[in-house]
Design a protein around this ligand. Structure first.
Ligand code: DQA
Length: 138
């Protein structure tokens, strides 16, 4: 099974960025644990702060991978382009957020991506990614 995790803007700063909201762990350290714990999954990781690069990666993987785990970060709340990319591909997408976006500012309550994803996991810290990954198992 081939699954890609796509992280959007500012998530390269995990571990340093607002630790009270996003925790102390870097995504690289967390990703290594995921790879160790799910050896049966062919896992890929991609992060970009650039909207078009995220769209390109969805196109690139969206017809050949078995799953996309997408934390579009701030673009979740703004990007029609990423929403259209998710709608346009065949691979199922699970939307993930580290924080519980519904207990935060109201502008984080709107997701342009949500109508076209298989499901949404929000608020479980980095565990949100593992829960999303498990959702692809039969
Ligand atoms: C986030 C929530 C977004 O509102 C925010 O812009 C992020 C991260 C999360 O994982 O909790 O950058 O997607």
């Amino acid at each position: 099974m081939k699954v890609i995790i796509i992280n959007g803007p500012n998530l390269n700063l995990l571990g340093k960025r607002e630790p009270s909201v996003y925790g102390n762990e870097t995504f690289d350290a967390y990703f290594k644990k995921l790879e160790r714990n799910f050896p049966q999954v062919d896992l890929t990781y991609f992060q970009s702060n650039i909207e078009g690069e995220i769209i390109d990666k969805i196109h690139e993987t969206g017809f050949s991978f078995d799953g996309i785990i997408l934390n579009a970060a701030a673009y979740t709340h703004t990007s029609v382009g990423i929403a259209d990319a998710v709608k346009g591909v065949e691979t199922p997408v699970v939307e993930v957020h580290i924080s519980n976006v519904y207990e935060r500012e109201s502008y984080r309550h709107k997701s342009y991506i949500a109508p076209n994803v298989r499901g949404i996991i929000t608020g479980f810290g980095l565990l949100s990614y593992e829960l999303a990954l498990r959702s692809f198992f039969d």
